[in-house]
Design a protein around this ligand. Structure first.
Ligand code: PEP
Length: 252
């Protein structure tokens, strides 16, 4: 049984006060729900303030990136043990904005994934094709390559600790959303890749989120697909009502 996860990626938005207020509203709105899990990803500078609000609530928290080294001379970076120190459950890795704007490669995402796992943090590893790749019918190949590279060398026990997020790049922050059928096709492919590399029962255990302009009006249909186990939400996660509206789309 895969518990759906609704994850809110706040990206480089909000002030400290906004972050605290949003976290409070989410803790209250999520209440004692157990049929889904909620997690938020504030800017790293605000994680501690958000942690203070969310501790003891059902909402978990994490960061949008990490640097895969032990503490040391890496100016400007944050490492997995620091995430542990701040009570993070999750970390988003390989987001398309990091791949595109910061040139992050599958090999780097793989190193970060292994560093998160070694620290006991659950990585949410993002994959997704560009519009030109979809138009050239390359989606399946792109997803396979990112899956193989970003998740290279993980043991069965390690992959079971991961969450995968399918985020078509053309749908992120654009208002365009993959249709439920387009999302389900890629999610089913990802599950096949898990079954091929590991085994069928394991492939049924790993959660695969959809991300790309998810909003309250399209969430329920996307998440009703058999292989869609929740949502990674950007823009709509900045408003408590929208995030909670998306969570309301999870079947109880
Ligand atoms: C994201 O950045 O992970 C995302 C899915 O953004 P949006 O919901 O705004 O498309």
């Amino acid at each position: 049984m895969r518990t759906p996860l609704i994850a809110g990626n706040w990206k480089m938005n909000l002030t400290r006060a906004d972050s605290v207020a949003l976290a409070k509203a989410l803790a209250e709105g999520v209440g004692s729900a157990t049929h889904y899990e909620a997690a938020v990803f504030p800017p790293a500078l605000y994680v501690d303030a958000v942690r203070e609000v969310l501790q003891g609530s059902k909402v978990k928290w994490g960061t949008q990136n990490l640097y895969p080294e032990a503490p040391g001379a890496f100016t400007g970076e944050i490492c997995a043990p620091m995430l542990v120190d701040l009570g993070c459950t999750y970390v988003i890795l390989g987001h398309s904005e990091r791949r595109t704007l910061m040139g992050e490669t599958d090999a780097q995402v793989n190193k970060k994934t292994l560093a998160a796992l070694a620290a006991g943090i659950t990585p949410i590893v993002c994959v997704g094709e560009l519009l030109a790749e979809r138009q050239a019918n390359q989606t399946a190949d792109v997803i396979r390559k990112q899956f193989e590279g970003s998740l290279a060398g993980l043991t069965e026990a390690q992959i079971k600790q991961c969450v995968i997020a399918y985020e078509p790049v053309w749908a992120i922050g654009t208002g365009l959303t993959a249709s439920p059928q387009q999302a389900e096709e890629v999610h089913a492919d990802l599950r096949k890749l898990l079954a091929e590399r590991y085994n069928q029962p394991l492939s049924q255990e790993v959660r695969i989120l959809y991300g790309g302009s998810v909003k309250p009006s399209n969430a329920a249909e996307l998440m009703s697909q058999p292989n869609v186990d929740g949502a990674l939400v950007g823009g709509a996660s900045l408003k408590a009502a929208d995030f909670l509206g998306i969570a309301a789309g999870v079947k109880s």
